[in-house]
Design a binder for this molecule. Sequence first.
Ligand code: GUN
Length: 283
Amino acid sequence: MTAKIIDGKTIAQEVRAEWKVRADALKARGITPGLAVIIVGEDPASKVYVANKVKACAELGLHSEHVVMSADTPEATLLARIEALNNDPKIHGILVQLPVPKHINSDKVLNAISPDKDVDGFHPMNVGALATGNMRFAPCTPYGAMKLLEKAGVSIEGKHAVVVGRSNIVGKPMALMLLQQNATVTICTSRTVDLAKFTRDADILVVATGKARMITGDMIKPGAAVIDVGINRMDNGKLCGDVDFDSAKEVAGCITPVPGGVGPMTITMLVANTVQAAEWVAG
Ligand code: GUN
């Protein structure tokens, strides 16, 4: 059996088009959704992600501000900049690219962003809202992964979903969103003893460990939906996921590739959250 490939690029275009209609409707009312993206320091991968986020906003006709701060920026300076953006009516969404340099307390930074502008969904109030089933802003990567499942026609209710990875950015919110849709959810980590015992029982398998190709075809239940959140660069410069695509696609029912799976959806859902934030302000 060869799995159906879940084409994240095409689905991302489709979802962006849906949100462009909503953004255009706001613009017709004189409100241009605006996103501020802050980057502190010179991490090359972060620079690429941030540039792509700003570019996606421009493509949809949103207002965006790209705030670049040097690696030695004092925490207080960053917090003051966030506060200014909290009070800026042109800005509906604020994102501080993680990780921030070590001398800055990331929890303090995430707490400083107004929960109403927290398009990353990382503020404790929004994390709590998600945990209590009152989702406001969902973190973009798991939100994008949920959209891929929806668009691929994967039913979630009553299914066993296994999430491998327990980060605040992906694993935990992904598990909560699956639970909210009535999946039976197991959260594993890369250190789970006999991990394959769990993954082989998964109807829906979401992998976000940052360990290249750690999930192989023999660890997957035949016909399962496999969502690979990993992006790892191999020695030959090519990208690969946390799932070994070649062996997995022979067993899974459907699977996301890397690149071209979850990646394009993350930025799409950031744009979606920004438009959503502007809609809430517009009433
Ligand atoms: N770093 C890696 N992923 C993310 C993300 O989704 N948001 C932010 N702000 N930083 C990240």
